[in-house]
Design a protein around this ligand. Structure first.
Ligand code: 13P
Length: 231
């Protein structure tokens, strides 16, 4: 299974370093081969650690250049970062990235051989329009993405479940993951209000290959408890 932590705009470099040290010790002591990933803020990308994959939450589709405020390939390479989150709902809906921007970014990092966690998910109004509308929406978010790319992982994160404490029912997660797995033959993560209390039930579902955790990953005890819940 894959268990990934997205810190978003939380944690300092020092805090990330302490967190990763503790997490590395925890992972080393386990006799399981789950993949554990952490996506810290860009200021903490140098904190690489053994046994835990550190990835970037975002980067610009360029090696370097005049893109004020962005980081590119050159900055990621310095810290040997080879994993990136693309298409997260906050980048789409808060920071205004279009599907076209996201496809471009995905193709750029694919050409560089990055492991890509590609995020999709519907807002509440689509959810309320029924399951056909929901699947059509998710399929549109997959348009232009090379679903055969061997370093691709897809994360299904319903926008209305992110940071709200709400989650779809396990029946709904199962239905959506089953439908997605027909299109995406790659690992499929679920994200959106995953916490120690629901992680085991969610990761027990067929076609859920892991979880992408926001809020609950900020507390190391909660995150390690989620890692303990893998099937
Ligand atoms: P929460 O776990 O805080 O709902 O966030 C999920 C998420 O956006 C992970 O990328």
């Amino acid at each position: 299974m894959i268990v990934a932590a997205n810190f978003k705009t939380h944690m300092t470099r020092q805090g990330t370093r302490e967190y990763l040290d503790e997490l590395s010790r925890f992972v080393a002591a386990r006799e399981r081969d789950d993949t554990v990933m952490v996506f810290p803020p860009a200021t903490a990308l140098e904190c690489g650690s053994t046994g835990v994959l550190v990835g970037a939450q975002n980067a610009y589709a360029t090696r370097n250049g005049a893109f004020t405020g962005e980081i590119g390939l050159e900055q990621l390479e310095e810290f040997e970062i080879r994993t990136i989150l693309i298409g997260h709902s906050e980048r789409r809906h808060v920071l205004g990235e279009s599907q076209e921007d996201i496809v471009h970014k995905c193709n750029f990092f694919k050409e560089q051989g990055f492991r890509i966690i590609y995020c999709i998910g519907e807002p509440i109004e689509i959810r309320e329009s029924g399951s056909d509308a929901l699947m059509e929406y998710l399929e549109r978010q997959l348009e232009g993405i090379d679903l055969g790319y061997e370093q691709l992982i897809v994360a299904y994160e319903p926008v209305w479940a992110i940071g709200t404490g709400l989650t779809p029912s396990t029946d709904d997660i199962l239905l959506i993951h089953n439908a997605l797995k027909k299109i995406v033959k790659r690992p499929l993560l679920y994200g959106g209000s995953v916490k120690p209390e629901n992680a085991r039930e969610i990761m027990a579902l067929a076609n859920v290959d892991g979880v992408l955790v926001g809020g609950a990953s900020l507390n190391i005890d909660d995150f390690t408890s989620i890692i303990q819940s893998t099937r």
